[in-house]
Design a protein around this ligand. Sequence first.
Ligand code: 3PG
Length: 407
Amino acid sequence: LNELIDEGVRGRYVLVRSDLNVPLDGSNVTDDGRIKASLPVIKALANAGARVLVSAHLGRPKGAPEAKYSLAPAVTRLAELAPELNATLAADTTGPAAQAAAAALADGSVLVLENVRFDARETSKVDGERAAFAAELAALTGDNGAYVDDAFGAVHRKHASVFDIAKALPSYQGDLVKTELEVLRKLTTESERPYVVVLGGSKVSDKLAVIDNLIGKADSILVGGGMLFTFLAAQGFKVGASLLEVDQIPVVQDYLARAAAAGTTFVLPTDIVVAAAFAADAANEVVPATDMEASSFGATGLGLDIGPETGAAFATAIAGAKTVFWNGPMGVFEFAAFAEGTRAVAAALAANSSNGGFTVVGGGDSASAVRSLGFEDAAFGHISTGGGASLEFLEGKELPGLVALER
Ligand code: 3PG
């Protein structure tokens, strides 16, 4: 980014791809972490006199405008956080409204283009379609424009505004992407041992490649969240009506068998909070993980959180680590009755951090979870803005957004 600013950007159009994909409650942003993380680059460019065009996605609309996926709430929050940027939202992405608003943009001001996923070409599998959309985005920058990729959370997407755009304009890496990569590199090649990984979230199928990659690299992998039930089932235990991916049982059995020989220990829950139903006020009981159907709900009980004994055991494992990576809530933290496991892990990471450990919270959901439970960002070594992106980086996969910049 400094390279671009040193070249001189006053009066030039700079298109910044940011990750403004924030959780919403109606028209309110419930976690503005990604907006705050996007501001430094936008501000640096605006302060240097650039006319900043921001492209971003929100949710997964199906290639056409849908009011509930408008970036309006994100832009309102951005304008509250940084009123000096005079940020406004264009009514379309590359159409007449965006073209007119871009033409009228003053030096040092910011125009956010409407959700790039309102155009089906953004995510098209056809190279030519994506290239055509990227060309329209590039055209908004006139004849001396530049592109900055600062959307770390989207670098794993081969989309027009992330991948193809880098062929259409002189391209630069944003500071958020740079920082995220520096941190995540410390978790791959340079991790200090003991290295403990905490994985949660609902589906094991989303985490297979990362687990596969961590076997032999992490000293321990602590398993919570909905995915833990597939691990319990893989060991032959009954899990009532809990989330279960039956087709992944053999895959998990293979991981468990390989891990010991590779020097990685899987730490599985010993107790579970089982509920009568998926509801905030559902009756619930703590039962042994090896006998989940022993609760009064029998085979209809749903595991919605790790139990207190497991929370304490995970905290002890985390306390002994020099490096900790955490992705995925331990339970249904949105319901207070099932948030204790996630809280215990967050508190353990924060304590480890203040004792000099290097702790990283990865993923939109985990970041929102720790913030909604009242933890400050500063309590952790790093809160990644990338969910899928940070996992794919740890998997060792090529990330299209980075490939495009290198090219
Ligand atoms: C995320 O939320 O992880 C990023 O914004 C990417 O969103 P996507 O998974 O819808 O591509």
